[in-house]
Ligand binder design. Structure first.
Ligand SMILES: Cc1ncc(COP(=O)(O)O)c(C=O)c1O
Length: 384
């Protein structure tokens, strides 16, 4: 048995999580090589990972940081988003997308979502634009690309910056362009449930030399080496550095990205095969002209009253069903801080019906069948 193979053997697991990392012998070798080297942080693996990531995304610059949240923070700072600026985004996202807007003093403006991809409804963006609007932050929910043609055209017309939150979408493509190569900046997360992992980790990718330089400066305290050889602080920055240990895992995981994407796709095809006849649920589909990284597999129950009982039934049977996401404005913190009365029809409709089923590269076809059988059985037993 090869190194690491034992870690992957989970055929008969009782409990199936909604997402899980896939670690191979090669991942473990890359990491242990770094542990035996002189570098633990910001050594040669950082540059190698960044080069490789920029190639995968079809973009000139990649800067890796300690998390997707750090990537958002630095992208917002680099683009000059600040106090009282308005930024239009989706409510169907993880809170980090908008928390980091609050961190730089900006105001998130929530735009309703589409009911086919659950992404931002691009045709509702323009009427939210005011003289204070500075940027649009589309989030490629579950890996499905937003309608970037329309979003980029609106941004151009109104001179807005586009920062894509692609935490779900490493490896996704839109009109034959890799996600990462379209907006002004794109950010990724390498949390263990994401398409590739570095433990914790994230990145900002861009074609702009200036944005890349600012992100790089701010990730390490705003301190730069001057020609004299001395380090001086020129901007207010942070310690958002990724370690070499994490970057080495990222290098190895990027080699496996194509395989991960194929496996995720096969899982979605199997779910469709087992669930398409079920009249009580709506299955997810890929956006037109796109390929999705299928970070999440979200189904909708047609009758919202089935949602919690189905979720509990799956949980009782060891299936790590999940919920992505309550609309950001509905979180108690946001309700308390200026979003008390925000309600968006499609986002609320979606949130009352969505359930995330497990999807990750090592999920077996048998496990997909087991999960699907439970979903189908629920509607037979509970309703009929
Ligand atoms: C859409 C989205 N944005 C941002 C983040 C934050 O990424 P991280 O957990 O790496 O900080 C996540 C992570 O779950 C996410 O799903």
């Amino acid at each position: 048995m090869k190194c690491g193979e034992k870690l992957m053997k989970k055929e008969h697991r009782k409990n199936i999580p909604y997402g899980h990392q896939s670690l191979s012998g090669s991942d473990i070798k890359y990491v242990s090589d770094v542990l035996r080297s002189d570098w633990l942080t910001q050594g040669p693996s950082i540059g190698i990972f960044e080069n490789k990531l920029s190639k995968v995304c079809g973009v000139r610059y990649a800067t890796v940081v300690s998390s997707g949240t750090a990537a958002l923070h630095l992208a917002y700072l680099a683009s000059g988003i600040g106090k009282d600026d308005e930024v239009i985004t989706t409510p169907n996202t993880f809170v980090a997308t908008t928390n980091m807007l609050l961190a730089v003093g900006a105001k998130p403006i929530f735009c309703d979502i589409r009911l086919d991809t659950y992404n931002i409804e691009e045709n509702k963006i323009e009427k939210l634009i005011t003289p204070r609007t500075k940027a649009i932050v589309p989030v490629h929910f579950a890996g499905n690309p937003c309608n970037m043609a329309v979003i980029m055209a609106i941004a151009k017309k109104h001179r807005l910056i586009v920062i894509e939150d692609a935490c779900h979408a490493l490896g996704s493509a839109y009109k034959n362009k890799k996600i990462g190569s379209i907006g002004d900046m794109t950010i990724f997360s390498f949390h263990p449930v994401k398409t590739i992992t570095t433990g914790e980790g994230g990145a900002v990718v861009t074609n702009s030399k200036a944005y890349a330089a600012t992100v790089k400066l701010l990730r390490s305290h705003g301190v730069a080496k001057k020609k004299t050889g001395f380090n001086v602080m020129t901007e207010f920055g942070y310690n958002y550095r990724l370690t070499d240990v994490c970057a080495s895992l990222g290098i190895s995981q990027l080699d496996r990205l194509g395989n991960f994407l194929k496996k995720r796709k096969v899982i979605t095809e199997k779910y469709r095969e087992y669930l398409y006849k079920n009249p009580h649920i709506i299955l997810p589909t890929e956006a037109p002209d796109s390929s999705s990284a299928w970070h999440l597999y979200v189904i909708l129950v047609r009758d919202w009253k089935d949602r919690l009982p189905l979720y509990n039934f799956l949980k009782r049977n060891g299936i790590g069903a999940n919920f992505h996401y309550p609309p950001v404005y509905s979180h108690p913190f946001y309700r308390k801080h200026g979003y008390k009365n925000v309600r968006l029809q499609s986002a609320d409709f979606y949130a009352s019906r969505a359930i995330t089923l497990p999807i990750f590269p090592d999920l077996s076809v048998d496990e997909v069948a087991r999960i699907s059988n439970l979903v189908n059985a629920f509607f037979k037993i509970m309703i009929r």
